[in-house]
Design a protein around this ligand. Structure first.
Ligand code: DQA
Length: 141
């Protein structure tokens, strides 16, 4: 089984950006955590991060007929991107949405998620553990 974990804009700034919200651990710590989780679950994992919407669309398309499950934290594109929603629908790969913070407890605009419409589950507000929960869900499914 092969999973693809996608992180969107500004997630590469973890450890620097708004530490009160996102914590002090940096992006490489998140990548290590995801790789370790994959190892524990005995699955392969591919990681991708970009600040560019089109690149994220390309990455989702590249998963077609190659990847068994997608975990995606689209960052701010969560709340704006029909293109990411359409890409997830196009490839039709089981997907989970992850957010480090509880987006439903923040500003009103963060309650809207387009990608959610193409995701089987959302894990929000669990920090790094949300990625683990999403990966576990996709493996068990
Ligand atoms: C985020 C929440 C988004 O609203 C925000 O734009 C992010 C990170 C999260 O992981 O909590 O960049 O996706």
């Amino acid at each position: 089984m092969k999973l693809l974990v996608i992180n969107g804009p500004n997630l590469n700034m973890l450890g620097i950006r708004e530490k009160n919200l996102y914590g002090a651990r940096d992006f490489s710590a998140l990548c290590d955590f995801i790789r370790k989780t994959a190892e524990d679950l005995n699955v392969e994992v591919e990681l991708y991060q970009s600040n560019h919407e089109g690149d994220l669309v390309d990455c989702i398309q590249s998963a077609y007929q190659r990847i068994d499950g997608i975990v995606i934290n689209p960052g701010a594109y969560t709340h704006t991107s029909v293109a990411l929603l359409d890409a997830l629908k196009a490839v039709s790969i089981p997907a989970c949405e992850v957010h480090l913070t509880d987006v439903n407890a923040r500003e009103e605009f963060r309650k809207i998620s387009y990608v959610r419409l193409a995701c089987e589950k959302t894990f929000a507000g669990y920090g790094f553990d949300g990625y683990k929960m999403a990966m576990e869900y996709l493996v068990k499914r």
